[in-house]
Design a protein around this ligand. Structure first.
Ligand code: FE2
Ligand code: FE2
Length: 286
């Protein structure tokens, strides 16, 4: 076996599994016979999962005016799709055991991208809002896993990026040189291992695409473009980095063209994204 394949296999093996309760609830969410009561019982069997879901359910981000104080109320008010997003958010956050600056910044960037993607989806109607949130949250699943499995080696790449010595669009190349594969590739493997819908794997694999023909050939070009744009907006705002990345011409990206979004609209979405992220940061923070 070549060292590259061996390395990749080791990575996939070391990707942490989803907690049991999350697997069970996710399975139930896909079954039309599932009732809110049985869902609530399953989720409540893991108190720590249930309380973390409740904490996030009360984020202003979900726009609920009344305080949600029980799991069954959360299911009733938020609905199944938002609940799925919350459970995956809790699980994803949980893969970082002793978060330092790198882990916190990757999380901040992922969350900001999720918030931005949800706003773009709501504004354009090009994607389901909860699916967009999850797509944004998971788009850099590969970075999360590299940070967990190869913490010390990945720290060096992260520091260069964070200190502005590695432009955003050169990160993939640096990862390839170091590991033989990049976070886009490994991210799509994470999605498969977690048995999440294929669209998230495509988002992980293609969110850095720069060739319009490759984007056009995508099975779901709008989903990839929407998350790709939210990712760039997040970098442009400096969420996940040390400072805003001024080198990104956010009014004229390949993704804007695909989504038919004007520069003015991107600017107003970005302002809304920054505000919405700030309001929700507390409930979601690491
Ligand atoms: Fe990325
Ligand atoms: Fe990203």
């Amino acid at each position: 076996m070549s060292p590259l394949i061996e390395n990749m296999d080791r990575m996939v093996r070391d990707i942490p599994a989803m907690p049991e309760v999350a697997q069970k609830v996710m399975h139930m969410l896909g079954d039309p016979r599932t009732t809110n009561t049985s869902l609530g019982q399953a989720l409540s069997s893991d108190m720590s999962m249930a309380s973390r879901v409740l904490q996030m359910a009360n984020s202003p981000f979900f726009g609920t005016r009344q305080k949600i104080s029980s799991v069954s109320q959360a299911i009733f008010i938020l609905g199944h799709a938002a609940l799925r997003s919350l459970i995956i958010t809790v699980c994803t956050k949980g893969i970082f055991k002793n978060p330092g600056l790198m882990e916190k910044k990757i999380w901040e960037h992922s969350l900001a991208t999720a918030v931005g993607a949800r706003l773009i989806a709501k504004k354009t109607g090009l994607m389901d809002a909860d699916e967009a949130f999850l797509g944004g949250l998971l788009h850099d699943a590969g970075r999360m896993i590299l940070a967990v499995v190869y913490r010390n080696d990945y720290q060096l790449i992260f520091e260069k990026f964070y200190n502005g010595r590695l432009p955003t669009d050169s990160v993939l190349e640096a990862e390839k040189q170091e590991f033989g594969f990049d976070h886009a590739e490994i991210g799509s493997r994470v999605i498969t291992k977690w048995r999440l819908p294929n669209v998230f794997g495509r988002i992980c694999r293609r969110h850095h695409v720069s060739n319009p023909q490759i984007l056009e050939q995508e099975e779901n070009p709008n989903a990839v473009a929407l998350i790709g744009l939210a990712n760039l907006m997040s970098h442009r705002l400096g969420l996940g980095g040390a400072a805003p990345d001024d080198s990104i011409d956010i009014d004229n990206t390949l993704f804007n063209k695909q989504l038919k979004i004007s520069g003015d609209l991107v600017q107003s979405l970005m302002a809304e994204m920054a505000k919405c992220y700030e309001e929700s940061e507390e409930q979601f923070k690491m």
